[in-house]
Design a protein around this ligand. Structure first.
Ligand code: PFF
Length: 450
């Protein structure tokens, strides 16, 4: 076992919260949430999603964090530390693999977002532009999106190479206030648009006839993705947490911030979509097609457009660093790599793995899996509908039965002051969370293919 005495700790409790919320809030909130809400019938999806976030997401976040803090290592090492000489380390390995896979295509979308900052800034959002053509034109290029994917990956590597405090914490502390200002500007703009009421109704007035088993699978996939659960981000970030920090309240803050920002993003996008007569079920292009069209119609749209894509890019960056940190911490702890070489080499390999996801819109656009979609959707489906819920399931079963719910709860309630997680946590971890994940996965998968 490598010497872990020199392990860094967050410089303050706020460091963990900002980094964890930075991981949670990302493309999942601003880009993915509105489009899955749009393709799943609106408010009814939001409702199911909220229930899953509270009853599955929150207890799992606490669990991952305490597994990390007690194990004091990356996901593979943390499982090994808590259950030596057992195959449970494989659950951690699955997380590391999932992080690797998600980052590869996440960075492709991060790249689109960076490209759109420049498009907005240089005045490409004009009233006579064809925004469908602008977006499909961009992603169906062979080289340009790959270059932007590379730029995004270089930024991610640069932050992770800096370390936990001087890299991650320093950057999230700087980026959060910038993101907060951008969000406030955008929300005021969207809610003052004429005709925004229909968008608000779409988000908040459920139509129960829209529910299918797939709705639940999409909701569980979305909640794991948006909360960064099921792949060891919270194990890794929790491993840099000191025993004095209060886990139940930090996790509650992160869940609250993440959910709040997803709803706010919906409140930015849907009023605009309905006010300008667009289709809410437009899919992955929603934020990239609809919003630029809206910005083009606005006075000082260049400012709002640039602000939006800057927000999207920064939010993506603070999530991407957490994905890379999981994989990098494994190489650093387990294989003795230096932080700089781990982040650089991984960045390069993950960049290459992401290239086919990008080419799915150009050179490989003929590829399609029935029920799932193109290459990009395939990466997304495997990672979010299968690997993340599976990772969450294994973590819950491990903490509930092997490490024991009592130990997990004691670890969570270790500090003397502050919020405590109640008795309900044990049964939630042992029965509710695993059962819900198994049912949702089973029915959702059947629904996808049959
Ligand atoms: N939570 C991030 C988002 O909503 O964009 C994405 C993500 C980051 C997923 C880290 C998973 C993860 F481990």
């Amino acid at each position: 076992m490598p010497d872990l005495k020199g392990r860094e700790n967050w410089a303050s409790r706020l460091g963990f919260i900002l980094a964890a919320a930075g991981s949670a809030v990302g493309l999942g909130n601003i880009w993915r949430f509105p489009f899955v809400v749009g393709t799943n019938g609106g408010a009814v999806f939001v409702l199911i999603y909220l229930v899953i976030v509270i009853f599955i997401g929150y207890p799992l976040m606490v669990t991952e964090t305490v597994v990390g803090r007690a194990g004091k290592r990356n996901p593979v090492g943390a499982f090994q530390a808590l259950a030596p000489n057992s195959p449970w380390w494989l659950a951690g390995a699955l997380g590391v693999f999932t992080g690797f896979l998600i980052l590869s295509y996440y960075s492709v979308v991060g790249g689109w977002s960076l490209a759109y900052v420049i498009k907005a800034l240089t005045g490409e959002f004009t009233t006579d532009a064809d925004f469908v053509a602008l977006f499909t034109g961009h992603i169906s290029l062979t080289i340009a999106p790959i270059i932007w994917h590379a730029v995004f990956m270089v930024l991610t590597v640069a932050i992770i190479a800096g370390g936990v405090v001087k890299g991650i914490q320093r950057w999230v502390q700087f980026l959060w206030p910038v993101m907060a200002v951008l969000i406030v500007i955008l929300i005021i703009r969207a809610l003052t648009l004429e005709g925004s009421g229909a968008g608000i109704a779409f988000l908040f007035r459920p139509d129960f006839s829209e529910i299918t088993a797939r709705t639940f699978l999409d909701a569980i996939a979305q909640s794991f993705f948006t909360l960064s659960l099921g792949m060891g981000v919270f194990i890794t970030y929790g491993s840099y947490l000191s025993d004095r920090d209060n886990v139940p309240s930090s996790a509650a803050t992160v869940v609250g911030l993440d959910t709040g920002i997803a709803i706010l993003a919906g409140l930015v996008i849907f009023p605009a979509v309905f006010a300008f007569g667009f289709e809410p079920g437009a899919g992955a292009g929603l934020a990239f097609i609809t919003l630029p069209a809206v910005f083009a119609e606005m006075p000082v749209g260049t400012l709002f457009g640039t602000s939006f894509f800057l927000l999207l890019s920064l939010a993506a960056l603070t999530s991407a660093i957490s994905l890379l940190e999981v994989v990098a911490s494994w190489l650093i702890d387990e294989k003795g790599w230096t932080r700089k070489s781990a982040s650089a080499v991984l960045g390069a390999v993950i960049f290459v793995v992401g290239i086919p996801a990008s080419l799915g819109f150009s050179a490989f656009s003929g590829f399609a899996i029935p029920g799932i979609g193109d290459l990009f959707d395939t990466y997304d489906w495997i990672a979010n509908s299968i690997l993340l819920p599976l990772g969450g399931l294994l973590t819950a079963v491990f903490a509930g039965y092997v490490w024991k719910a009592k130990s997990a709860r004691a670890e969570a309630n270790k500090d003397h002051m502050g919020m405590k997680i109640g008795e309900w946590y044990g049964p939630a971890l042992r029965y509710v969370v695993p059962l819900a994940i198994i049912l949702v996965m089973a029915f959702g998968i059947i629904d996808t293919f049959v």
